[in-house]
Design a protein. Structure first.
Length: 91
């Protein structure tokens, strides 16, 4: 069960990094207002990713691997939901 929590947290970290890369990739072709919004999204992404990893570590140390897996994998689920929303809204 601990392996599931660790793999879920790794998936959450990769999801956080992919969303951060998408934010950085969109920054060069944006206006000043859009750049400020992208910067805010990037900061929120970093804070959310760090909070998820910290929460997963805390739950693992407390002996609750299922809760650690859920908290650690939450950023990946958020990235999938955001990509689906953007695709539907702008597709």
């Amino acid at each position: 069960m601990n392996l599931l929590a660790i793999l879920s947290t790794a998936c959450g970290v990769l999801g956080t990094l992919s969303l951060l890369i998408l934010c950085v990739a969109g920054a060069p072709n944006s206006s000043a207002a859009q750049a400020a919004s992208i910067r805010l999204w990037a900061i929120a992404t970093i804070i959310g990713g760090i909070a998820a990893v910290a929460g997963a570590i805390i739950f693992l140390r407390a002996g609750q691997p299922l809760a650690a897996a859920i908290v650690g994998g939450l950023p990946a689920a958020v990235v999938v939901a955001l990509m689906a929303w953007v695709t539907i809204a702008h597709g």
